[in-house]
Design a binder for this molecule. Structure first.
Ligand SMILES: NCc1[nH]cc(CCC(=O)O)c1CC(=O)O
Length: 336
């Protein structure tokens, strides 16, 4: 724009400044933020600019569990929201602590992608094929840093009488798939949604059935957060909310909170409207399935509940049943 027209044009209203979307710099965070930015532009007509925020979790090489779980990724973005240096932020919902943060609101939970975990393995192999080729002296070596994935992998291998070795790894998607490409590991487990958002789902050699592995509570869903003091912004962002996803992840996260488990605990949970697709079951009925186990897979407790009531009550009720069955003793040291 130049000043040349200003003498003859009537004064026009200032265009609203772009909304500042705070994001981590990782490829996955940038992809997620980019997708949400486009949806916000489409829904609100406002422009969106990305503001990169670096977190301690992005720079530390310590095991994630030792630096307090994935919550470290979240706090720098939240600090920026509270300070007003950004207007909204996008998180992977499964990385969000269950405690509601003071001064912030979960403005929207957009429609969830495939919540399942995926295997990226050598030679196009599935989990069953990998393990059938292995023997006790040469177990299949599968990389994952997640106690939940580790517990369920071992539980499944035990049930099948197959040999598996889990290798703790961390790092971004590229790093983790790199362990397979360079032959150090037979396979790695990643969230299908993360692979998909990076345009790399074709590299998965299997999307793991939920009868073998239940995802983390909230996996595959995004969370859009803004300051509680910006109700008009929150209302605009709410255009991106998906009621069915919100109900499912509320049930999953209430269960997690009631178990007093953190995002690094060996807890899997998945809710959905008749997610098992059982013929004859009503679609408006919410089903919640959950698993808690020891990391070695020796003991796992799996339960499910269905209901038409409030999703949080479904989650609390199932958590109570899991705790009554001894779940607390299986989770080991509780995450903070
Ligand atoms: N723990 C990191 C993380 N947080 C969210 C995702 C994937 C995307 C999602 O679940 O929405 C991932 C990577 C992974 O688990 O493979």
């Amino acid at each position: 724009m130049t000043g040349q027209t200003s003498t003859t044009s009537p004064p026009s209203p200032e265009p609203a400044p772009p909304l500042r979307l705070g994001t981590r710099r990782s490829a996955l965070a940038m992809a997620q933020s980019g997708m949400v930015a486009e949806a916000v532009v489409a829904a609100t007509g406002r422009q969106v600019e990305l503001v990169e925020i670096t977190t301690y979790g992005d720079t530390s090489r310590e095991a994630l569990a030792q630096i307090g779980g994935t919550g470290v990724f979240v706090s720098a973005l939240r600090d920026a929201l509270l300070a007003g240096t950004i207007d909204f932020a996008v998180h992977s919902l499964k990385d969000l602590p269950t405690a509601a943060p003071e001064g912030l609101v979960l403005a929207a939970v957009p429609e969830r992608e495939d919540p399942r975990d995926a295997l990226v393995a050598r030679d196009g192999l599935t989990l069953a094929e990998l393990l059938e080729k292995a023997d006790p002296l040469h177990p299949a070596r599968i990389g994952t840093g997640s106690p939940r994935r580790t517990a369920q992998l071992h539980a499944w291998a035990r049930a099948e009488g197959l040999a598996i070795e889990t290798v703790p790894i961390r790092g971004n998607v590229d790093t983790r798939i790199g362990y397979v490409r360079d032959g150090r590991l037979d396979g790695v487990i990643l969230a299908a949604a993360g692979l998909n958002r990076l345009g790399r789902l074709a590299e998965a050699t299997e999307v793991i059935d939920t009868s073998v592995m239940l995802p983390a509570p909230g996996q595959g869903a995004l969370a859009i957060e803004c300051a509680a003091g910006r109700p008009e912004l929150a209302a605009a962002l709410a255009a991106l909310d998906d009621a069915a996803t919100r109900a499912a992840v509320t049930a999953e996260r209430t269960l997690l909170a009631a178990l007093e488990a953190g995002c690094s605990a060996p807890v899997g949970a998945l809710a959905g409207a008749n997610p098992a697709g059982v013929p004859g079951n009503a679609d408006d009925e919410l089903e919640l399935r959950a698993v808690v186990g020891t990391v070695d897979g020796e003991t796992v407790v799996q339960m499910s509940a269905t209901g038409h009531g409030a999703p949080d009550e479904l989650g609390r009720g199932l958590a109570a049943r899991l705790l009554a069955a001894g779940a607390a003793g299986l989770m080991g040291e509780r995450a903070k």
